[in-house]
Design a protein around this ligand. Structure first.
Ligand code: GLY
Length: 268
């Protein structure tokens, strides 16, 4: 099995060891269980913006997005609240005829299948929320501030095994985020894609990744120009001023590219 995982564009390379530990903890014989397991491990590590340690919305709530794609099927949750591992709820959705559950319906579904209530907040994120409110009170309009928000610090993992590819992704969203906002991560082709050519996960400001269908753009480039060049091309094309990162796996192995530092680790 080949695996690459990342801890979000903008995250320091010192965090590579934490991404590596998530791979070690999540690795299994099954490709689907591996990508879900690696992302679950990162959700459980409060250093990452996913699961426990997710960013807070401006109203103090935490709404998380996650998705998994494998064998042409998808399971995703958007703006889910009060669960420990959104990616595991997405994996449960994968087993249903649905693709994406959102907001209170996603949380209710998680409860109905046995996911207990969990508070993913941390003191660090509470302090960040206070800082956001201080900035808002000081001067600027929220929408002006949001224009200059960079990166979402999504976590993700892609893997290949015997010609099959899987992708998993999870995030607590961006700073200065209003309740109900959904980013790229639970949206196919924006935050993730997996198919016969490989699997791709993106990280960055969701609004820009959605407009550019960044994961699918990279996926389509893989057979045309190769894995590494496909990742590099999508980074080069991302000229909107916010950061972007991608990880990908294909028949050539694993690749990554980002417009600034991005913690990552791989298993080849
Ligand atoms: N890329 C994560 C987000 O924008 O929510």
């Amino acid at each position: 099995m080949k695996i690459i995982a990342h801890g979000g564009v903008g995250s320091p390379r010192e965090v590579d060891k934490d991404v590596q530990r998530a791979i070690d903890n999540g690795l299994s014989d099954d490709i689907f269980d591996t990508v879900v397991g690696v992302v679950s491990a990162m959700e459980d590590d409060p250093i990452f913006n996913a699961g426990t340690g997710s960013r807070m919305r401006l109203d103090g709530s935490i709404q998380m997005d996650a998705a998994v794609m494998y064998k042409g099927n998808i399971g995703a949750v958007a703006a889910i609240e009060s669960v420990k591992n959104p990616i595991q709820v997405a994996a449960a959705v994968y087993e249903t005829p649905y693709v994406l559950l959102a907001c209170s319906g996603a949380t209710e579904y998680a409860r109905s299948i046995g996911f207990s209530s969990h508070d993913p907040s941390t003191e660090k994120r509470k302090k960040e929320l206070q800082d956001m409110h201080d900035k808002l009170h000081e001067h600027e309009e929220l929408m002006d501030i949001y224009q200059s928000v960079d990166g979402g610090d999504t976590v993700g993992c892609v893997a290949s095994h015997e010609g099959e590819y899987a992708a998993a992704v999870s995030t607590g969203g961006t700073n200065f985020c209003i309740r109900g906002r959904i980013g790229d991560s639970p949206l196919v082709g924006c935050g993730f894609y997996a198919g016969e050519h490989g699997a791709v996960v993106t990280t960055g400001k969701g609004e820009e990744l959605i407009k550019k269908l960044s994961a699918y753009r990279c996926y389509l480039l893989i057979p045309e120009i190769g894995l590494q060049k496909a990742c590099d091309r999508v980074v080069e094309e991302h000229t909107v001023g916010s950061s972007i990162g991608l990880i990908a796996v294909g028949k050539e192995g694993v690749a990554s590219s980002s417009s600034k530092q991005m913690s990552q680790a791989s298993f080849k």
